[in-house]
Design a protein around this ligand. Structure first.
Ligand SMILES: Nc1ncnc2c1ncn2[C@@H]1O[C@H](COP(=O)(O)OP(=O)(O)OP(=O)(O)O)[C@@H](O)[C@H]1O
Ligand SMILES: [Mg+2]
Length: 455
């Protein structure tokens, strides 16, 4: 059931119960008070009549004057009987048309009023003793119909009033609840659209309660970020597919060409070597993609303190041969600081940075790795004296598959190196950025990582 409907039903039920009990109490009090008035009038009239009967000589008679006087309709119809001590009827008013009720069925203590039926008439009566006469009693009764008509009218008025007030409550609550839940409905609607795949859905609530407006804003912001994330992933998958296709296409082409006619053993060897090159590129790309996926998934794996000088040394070993070939000076300066994390990932981070630095440095250039801690943070920098990274590319170089125009012609390399670096740095609770090298020349890549707590 909708929240709105439930709230309206609850409030209406509460109103109905309150109104019914208030009106019920009021009508009970009014009915009792009217009945008491009737009883008093009956008793007064009965005593008057009994007094008159006591004054009679010979046989006793009831008079045919009307019954007790009611406020607005004059005297009520009177029903009176004189019974003797045996319960026999001595005299009776003509209103008891089919005889007096048997004494046994109506007998009550003197002075206490009671109800009884006479044919279809519902009567209220009272017995009184006749003064100075122990042998006779007088029953005086009057119809309850006027009293009941009044009560019935009162009940009808109250019923109408109760229905009106419940109707009014339903109307007012419905309107108020509608206003209150408008924001929630807009949020639910947007959530449904997002769930159905529409990441452009926004709530954009204009007015309403502060909490709901804030909630709507937060949800909008969440969807906006989700859209960016999904778009990024779609772009990534498209890039990945594209990057995988080029080496696959050349591998396929080379193998097809080799098989087109029969060749000498040397020609086959050359063709296989070319195919192997393409396969190597494919393998490297697949490994990078896997690394990128794994780093994201491995965030919760247990971490250990990793000494950065060790990591820097083993990363440098990967590029040492190429550096030596091109006469590049490779220096490491680490102050023994360590980071809480995964040694393999941190080594890969430095390896990717060093690979780029060596590649971009001129022959005979300098590449320098530094690691030092500053308070809670460890700064790891890799500096080269190559061309540096243009300001406009300094954010984009960390995007997957981004390669500067000058790099695109290069065989090998997919543009995943720095994306992996950033993923590792962030996975360790840090980040990475690039700036100018010393003296405005070259590039300085800086990873900031939280220091491992000292033992
Ligand atoms: N030290 C550097 N000096 C100048 N430009 C750099 C440097 N390091 C990276 N870049 C630029 O950033 C781009 C992205 O680098 P990244 O390491 O992600 O990819 P890559 O080196 O081209 O390929 P891969 O690392 O996958 O072999 C490079 O193509 C290059 O244009
Ligand atoms: Mg690289």
């Amino acid at each position: 059931m909708k929240f709105r409907t439930r709230l309206v039903l609850t409030l209406s039920a509460a109103t109905a119960v309150t109104v019914a009990s208030a009106f019920g109490t009021a009508s009970y009090v009014v009915e009792r008070s009217e009945e008491r008035q009737l009883d008093e009038a009956l008793r007064a009239e009965a005593h008057l009549e009994a007094g008159e009967i006591a004054g009679q000589h010979g046989s006793l008679h009831v008079n045919n004057r009307g019954g007790p006087a009611a406020d607005d309709i004059g005297r009520l119809k009177k029903f009176a009987v004189i019974y003797d001590s045996e319960g026999r009827v001595v005299d009776i008013t003509s209103t008891f048309a089919s005889g007096a009720p048997p004494f046994g069925t109506v007998s009550h203590p003197s002075g206490s009023a009671f109800d009884f039926w006479y044919g279809t008439d519902h009567l209220r009566g009272v017995f009184v003793a006749i003064p100075e006469n122990q042998h006779h009693t007088l029953l005086l009764a009057a119809p309850r119909s006027d009293l009941e008509k009044d009560n019935e009218f009162l009940r009808q008025v109250m019923l109408v009033a109760a229905l009106l007030s419940i109707g009014f409550t339903v109307l007012v609550t419905w309107r108020v609840v509608r206003r209150l839940t408008r924001g929630h409905e807009a949020i639910a609607d947007a959530a449904r659209r997002v769930a159905a795949g529409d990441l452009g859905a926004r709530i954009a609530l204009k007015g309403g309660d502060d909490e709901v407006v804030q909630l709507a804003r937060d949800v909008d912001e969440m969807v906006r970020r989700l859209a960016i994330l999904v778009e990024g992933q779609q772009r990534f998958v498209a890039h990945a597919a594209h990057e995988l296709r080029s080496p696959l296409t050349s591998l396929y082409g080379e193998l097809q060409l080799a098989l087109r006619r029969s060749r000498t053993a040397d020609e086959y060897k050359a063709a296989i070597e070319e195919a192997l090159d393409s396969a190597k590129r494919l393998k490297a790309l697949a490994e990078d993609l896997l690394a990128l996926a794994r780093i994201g998934a491995d965030r919760d794996a247990p971490q250990t303190p990793v000494a950065l000088d060790e990591v820097a040394k083993s990363a440098a070993a990967w590029v040492a041969q190429e550096a030596a070939r091109r006469n590049i000076d490779l220096a490491i300066e680490a102050d023994g600081s360590s980071v809480l994390g995964h040694a393999n990932d941190l080594e890969r981070l430095l390896r990717n940075l060093l690979d780029n630095a060596v590649r971009h440095s001129p022959d005979g250039g300098h590449v320098r790795v530094e690691a030092h801690s500053e308070g809670e943070t460890v700064h790891v920098t890799v500096v080269d004296d190559g061309p540096g990274v243009p300001i406009e590319d300094r954010e984009r170089v960390f995007d997957p598959f981004f390669r500067a125009a000058s790099e695109r012609r290069r065989e090998g390399g997919s543009g995943l190196g720095l994306a992996i670096v950033r993923e590792i740095a962030r996975g360790h609770g840090g980040d990475v950025s690039v700036e100018d090298g010393p003296g405005g020349r070259g590039a300085r890549f800086r990873a900031t990582l939280p220091a491992a707590p000292s033992a």
